[in-house]
Design a protein around this ligand. Structure first.
Ligand code: NAP
Length: 419
């Protein structure tokens, strides 16, 4: 009997499809799965008195956290929860319905309590990624199938974080109170646009002492994406000719610098206003996409890393050397997404030109340590476009959504950004 393969699965159920929608889908899948798994139990199991008083971490499951906060927000006014507002509550950016940045509100919610293997981080800075606005809008619409058709199950946003350890769970060994750390939350536990967040200890590393919290918060997701796209999908090697499309954005600015750190010759594609910046972070050549088409200028590259995803498979193949690889991270529209996902693998040949989507970048401590060493050596320096206070997170997301950020967009907390 023939063993069914991935090709037998209808397109919308295909794991490659889900991976391609990556960030928003995966971001939303986790909470949904958790909530379904535990819905009956959790509504019975969560003791409202515990919500008010704070429960020892070992008797609560992490998947209850969103439910608890929702129960609090829905049924318990912040003022009514005892007189210890500063200990049990914090401010966080939340949204209760999908939509534009107008849906984002700064509200009082329950301050998270770390599990045994978690660290409570007092957030000094966070950074925004396209995943935040995809999740906030529930777009592509299919994302709502996993996070709730009409309203989001997890009301918080934000994955990238930098801050100071305020408390540690009993099994935490790598960090202690007072350590300055940075890292990223799993996509199914978003919540760094807030005053506090709990993170597993393997999601964090110590912040380089010479970096500000703002700089550190700008790093994780964008640098993971650039590193994993270049190294894992793109199989980057010293001496190669590498082209970065979207070289001036959050991911692109890391991709240019990380590609240089591998000893490659880098060409960055950006618009006129960003040419100098992309040169300044190490690009050997720059191409102004408003004047020149990198797929039609006769040049060929061993590796193309595309943080925009706006070209056809034929375009990429024209710009690739005979054994070149194109790793696509960016999402522009559904037509190109399907083309990259379905035609890319079919028109790629082993030992010949290969074009394909990279998987959703995976946060992991090993890569974060690798990136931290690049930061400490000065080979990679975060490019920060704008910083917004937590209360103006909606403006930050609105700006990021324009698709023309020049590096990263950062959210800062009042505790400031001292190194
Ligand atoms: N697979 C994953 O795990 C993963 C993770 C993170 C992000 N992503 C995806 O990667 C993409 C980039 O993310 P990001 O954080 O870098 O976004 P971003 O910061 O919003 O990137 C914006 C940049 O794109 C540039 N750009 C816009 N149109 C362009 C064009 N036609 N040609 C060249 N550059 C152009 C803009 O430069 P100008 O202002 O000069 O036009 C701007 O600097 C997004 O689609 C995101 O969803 C994927």
């Amino acid at each position: 009997m023939r063993v069914p393969s991935v090709k037998d699965v209808p397109v919308l159920m295909n794991p490659r499809f889900v991976l391609t929608f990556g960030t928003p889908l995966v971001a939303l899948a986790g909470p949904r799965i958790n909530l379904f798994k535990t819905a009956g139990r959790s509504m019975r199991g969560v003791d409202r008195r515990c919500l008010k008083t704070g429960v020892p971490s070992h008797v609560r499951q992490p998947c209850y956290r969103h439910l608890e906060e929702r129960l609090l927000m829905d049924h318990v006014s912040a003022r009514a929860v005892g007189g210890k507002k500063e200990e049990t509550h914090m401010r966080a950016v939340v949204y209760h319905t999908y939509g534009s940045p107008d849906v984002l509100k700064l509200e009082e919610v329950q301050k998270p309590v770390p599990q045994d293997d978690e660290v409570l981080v007092k957030i000094h800075a966070a950074s925004a990624n396209p995943a935040d606005w995809h999740t906030m809008r529930g777009a592509p619409f299919l994302a709502r199938l996993v996070n709730g058709l009409f309203k989001p199950k997890n009301p918080k946003l934000g994955v990238d974080v930098a801050g100071r350890v305020e408390a540690v769970g009993r099994n935490v060994t790598r960090f202690q109170v007072g350590d300055d750390v940075f890292g990223s939350m799993p996509l199914n536990e978003m919540g760094s646009f807030a005053e506090y967040v709990c993170a597993k200890e393997d999601a964090l590393v110590l912040k380089p002492t010479k970096m500000t919290f703002e700089q550190a918060a700008a790093v994780p997701v964008a640098a993971f994406t650039a590193l994993q796209g270049l190294r894992d999908k793109g199989q980057i090697r010293q001496g190669q000719k590498v082209l970065i499309n979207g070289a001036s954005g959050g991911v692109g600015t890391f991709a240019v610098q990380i590609a240089k750190s591998f000893g490659t010759e880098v060409t960055g594609v950006c618009s006129t206003r960003n040419l100098d910046m992309v040169r300044s972070i190490g690009a050997d050549q720059v191409i102004d996409y408003t004047r020149e088409d990198f797929t039609n200028n006769g040049q060929q590259y061993d590796l193309i890393f595309d943080a925009v995803g706006n070209r056809s498979i034929s375009d990429y193949k024209r710009a690739l050397s005979p054994t070149g690889i194109c790793a696509i991270a960016g999402f522009t529209n559904l037509r190109l997404l399907f083309e990259h996902m379905i035609l890319g693998p079919r028109r790629s040949k082993a030992g010949g030109k290969q074009v394909g989507l990279m998987e959703t970048a995976k946060a992991n401590q090993k890569d974060l340590v690798f990136i931290k060493e690049l930061l400490e050596s000065g080979k990679v320096v975060p490019v920060i476009d704008k910083s917004y206070p937590l209360s103006e997170t909606a403006e930050a997301i609105r700006y990021l959504e324009t698709g023309h950020a020049k590096g990263k967009v950062v959210i800062t907390l009042e505790q400031n950004n001292n190194t």
